[in-house]
Design a protein around this ligand. Structure first.
Ligand SMILES: [Zn+2]
Length: 311
């Protein structure tokens, strides 16, 4: 699926360009800081958020709505997702969908966030069914959506739904409460991100998942319910099982000795799907575990850090 909102990744942080699809980049207003004093831009942003909520919730005329605007803000040392959220009167769903975030932990000092002047969610315009679902669920009159997007037939690439929300399941995936540890016990032997190539220590490489040292034959559990989309041999990964979950999430289990599921199988959370091994490009018995969203590798620790058995 080509609806990934994250377009590019640079070392200093993630750059999110989905807002640019809603609004020309040149028109994005740069917010220098989030200090409440003498900050007319931040004040105007917060006032617009309030005005929009009031107008839509009390079903006032759409002529009371402010024009949809986007601010950009580079996160400063000491700040994180939650700080930006509260200082800008935003909610989680808004910052998450506008910036294509898959976890609050992605937001670190240096990350550039796009912040709209109203709460709501962004959906691809082609996903009409989802758009109407959000409207029905949140009881939002479609006229507000037409006004905000300046489009009577909503045929734009991305549609901003003012006061729209994401589903509870999607929120729990975002908050990292939706995935289980794939092993009952084990020690992390290699983390996520840039590391020395284990076969050639002079080279650096990007590790797309985490390695958990476990003896060959250890039971591997499905991290979440899903459907098996691959069970076989893949260069590098050795024996590999890939599960597909909701909202574009996939989990990968590599270097297995045996897969216990086949493509098309539907598995429950925690179900044993394979036995660990040392196949493929592996320097010793371990499980290689990845979580991806829309093809992009995520840090699995942001999803499974609460599981005490993985250290
Ligand atoms: Zn690995």
């Amino acid at each position: 699926m080509k609806n990934c909102l994250i377009i590019s990744l640079i070392t200093s942080g993630l750059i999110f360009l989905s807002a640019a699809s809603l609004y020309a980049e040149s028109d994005v207003i740069k917010l220098e800081n989030l200090d409440h004093q003498n900050n007319s831009l931040l004040k105007s942003l917060r006032d617009d958020v309030k005005k929009t909520l009031f107008t839509i919730k009390s079903r006032r005329s759409d002529s009371n709505l402010p024009e949809l605007k986007f601010y950009s803000y580079k996160v400063k040392p000491g700040e994180n997702f939650w700080v930006v959220l509260s200082k800008c009167s935003m909610d989680m769903d808004t910052l998450m969908t506008v910036n294509g975030l898959t976890s609050p932990f992605q937001v670190v000092p240096g990350t550039v966030l796009y912040i709209p002047n109203m709460r709501g969610v962004v959906l691809p315009g082609e996903k009409k069914k989802e758009i109407y679902q959000v409207l029905a669920y949140e009881k939002i009159d479609i006229r507000y959506v037409r006004t905000v997007n300046k489009s009577s037939d909503l045929d734009k690439k991305f549609i901003f739904i003012p006061c729209g929300k994401i589903s509870g399941v999607e929120r729990s995936m975002f908050l990292g409460t939706a995935f289980l540890s794939p092993v009952r016990e084990g020690r992390t032997t290699s983390g996520f991100g840039t590391r020395k190539n284990p076969f050639n220590s002079r080279k650096m490489e990007f590790h797309k998942g985490i390695d958990i040292g476990v003896p060959i034959g250890t039971k591997i559990h499905a991290s979440r319910s899903g459907r098996v989309v691959f069970s076989g041999y893949e260069d590098g990964y050795g024996k590999l099982v890939i599960l597909e979950h909701e909202f574009g999430y996939r989990s990968y289990y590599g270097h297995l000795s045996r897969g216990l599921v086949k493509e098309g199988d539907v598995v429950g959370p925690g179900q044993v799907i394979a036995l660990s091994g040392n196949t493929g490009r592996s320097t010793g018995p371990h499980l290689h575990f990845e979580i991806r969203k829309n093809g992009q590798s995520m840090n699995p620790f942001t999803y499974i850090k609460r599981v005490h058995t993985v250290r």
